[in-house]
Write a protein that binds this ligand. Structure first.
Ligand SMILES: Cc1ncc(COP(=O)(O)O)c(C=O)c1O
Length: 472
């Protein structure tokens, strides 16, 4: 039995359950039956699952299928009530997290650091996601530079294409983020432009493997040499690519080095909750040696509640996520990750070929698992408008306008998806040609950004969306 009040089609995309299920603005006086709740929740989940099951949603859902997810949910349930911060009560957490870190370090060639300095040893922590991994690295660089070099106005240089999690961390931790534009039409950061920004306050530079907009790998070897030359930190953001590029490389694709094989790399973020196929809520941040990690830790010995310390910005965390992450890595094994990468690259290669075959579209850079494209003759957002009608969800890029499609495992489970993409894209381009000179629906928000006034308007609009989401 559900509390379906009416079957009318929802008007508000953020509130589709309003009027269909009971709305609670206070804890119900008497608790509801678990069976009813489970039925309601499974209805919501199934409706929302319908989208990714089409295989037409870019990125977003990274999981390795229902069976793997059910297995992880079971491992989660054994430790869902455990608090990782009380590690003395749950030694299983020390096992899971130390092994997650070690397995990730190994995958990213952590042993290579010994060739440069035999006393180095890659180490790290498990965090709640890519943004926290990045924030922790930013804090570590800030505090290390302050303690060891006396830098009190720290700066970090990042490509404009690096994830806004760096900007967020900069804002939270008082680190100035120096943004370097990417070169056109290469769309990767130019090492010369990065070097031009280095000064006595620079604590670190950033490169992505690959970046979110285009999935591209910055010229990391050059950045690595630069970091060594200037004796500054070098963070590689592998949040997106960290768990898939190693396997794509093993498949024989030409992938430039992006990990600890580069001698100047001092930290890497890699998300277990993306291509690690774990449950949502975990990532790993790795450091070349413990002298960096030490500055990530927080301790407050002087508290009436006892001596307090936490390795990351989170306090309590569910042990279930650490158990499930560990279980994902161990159950898939290298063979599982390799197979997943093979399936992803098959679809990605098909998508790339489809874009390549259309004269009006230009593939950006040398893609792997994520294909981005733009046009110099069409409004690419018209293509997006059409593709939306066919159920495709791209990520819309701006500055310049482009679209990206990130291939994850759900896309690999739909037979013939590449052919469908090819067919729909060709129609989308015809549609865009017909619509030339008219404004595309998708571009409304993007048209605003890029100026101080426009940015302010977009910011207010987005804050309004959050307010609306949190309104009952
Ligand atoms: C390259 C890159 N870095 C960092 C992040 C942030 O990760 P999260 O959303 O897990 O905080 C993302 C997310 O998509 C990303 O693509």
């Amino acid at each position: 039995m559900t509390d379906k009040l009416n079957g009318d089609a929802p008007q508000d995309p953020l509130k589709p359950y309003k009027g269909r299920f009971e709305t609670y603005n206070r804890i119900p006086e008497k608790g509801r039956e678990a069976d009813h709740l489970l039925e309601e929740l499974s209805l919501m989940a199934e409706e929302e699952n319908a989208a990714w099951k089409t295989g037409k949603i870019s990125g977003t859902y990274y999981h390795a299928g229902d069976e793997h997810r059910a297995f992880l949910n079971k491992t989660f349930s054994f430790f869902s009530h455990v608090n990782t911060i009380q590690f003395d009560l749950c030694p299983s957490m020390a096992k899971f997290e130390s092994e997650i870190i070690s397995m990730t370090a190994n995958m990213l060639n952590g042993e290579a650091v010994k060739a440069v300095n035999p006393s180095d040893e890659v180490c790290g922590t498990v965090t709640s996601g890519g943004s926290e991994s990045i924030a922790m690295a930013v804090k570590a660089y800030r505090d290390k530079a302050r303690a060891e070099k006396g830098i009190t106005a720290p700066e970090i240089i990042m490509p404009k294409t690096a994830h806004p999690a760096f900007n967020k961390a900069g804002e939270y931790f008082g680190v100035r983020m120096v943004m370097v534009p990417v070169d056109f039409p290469d769309f990767r950061v130019s090492p010369e432009r990065v070097e031009a920004q280095i000064n006595q306050n620079t604590v670190a530079i950033v490169g992505s493997a690959g970046n979110y907009p285009y999935g591209l790998i910055d010229p990391l070897a050059e950045l690595s040499e630069m970091a060594l030359k200037h004796k500054i930190g070098f963070h590689v953001d592998g949040c997106l690519g960290g768990f898939v590029l190693p396997w794509i490389e093993k498949l024989g694709y030409k992938i430039p080095s992006f990990d600890f094989r580069l001698p100047g790399v001092t930290s890497i973020s890699a998300d277990t909750h993306k291509f690690g196929y774990a449950l949502k809520g975990t990532s790993v941040v790795l450091y070349r040696n413990p002298s960096f990690r030490r500055y990530q830790y927080f301790a407050f010995p002087d508290w009436p509640g006892g001596i307090y310390a936490s390795p990351t910005s989170a306090g309590s965390r569910s042990g279930g996520l650490s158990a499930a992450t560990w279980a994902s890595m161990v159950s898939l094994g290298e063979a599982g990750y390799l197979e997943a990468a093979r399936a992803i690259m098959k679809v990605s290669d098909e998508i790339r070929a489809a874009v390549d075959d259309i004269d009006e579209l230009i593939v950006i850079g040398e893609p792997t698992f994520l294909v981005s494209f733009r046009s110099e003759t069409l409004d690419i957002f018209h293509v997006n408008d059409f593709m939306k009608t066919k159920g495709w969800r791209f990520n819309c890029l701006q500055l310049p306008p482009a679209l990206h499609f990130c291939v994850t495992l759900p896309q690999t489970r739909v037979p013939g998806l590449g052919d469908q993409f090819r067919e729909d894209l060709a129609e989308g381009v015809s549609y865009a040609k017909q619509k030339a000179g008219t404004p595309a629906q998708s571009s409304a928000l993007y048209g605003l950004a890029g100026t101080v006034d426009g940015n302010q308007q977009v910011t207010e609009l987005l804050c309004g969306v959050f307010d609306h989401m949190y309104a009952i």
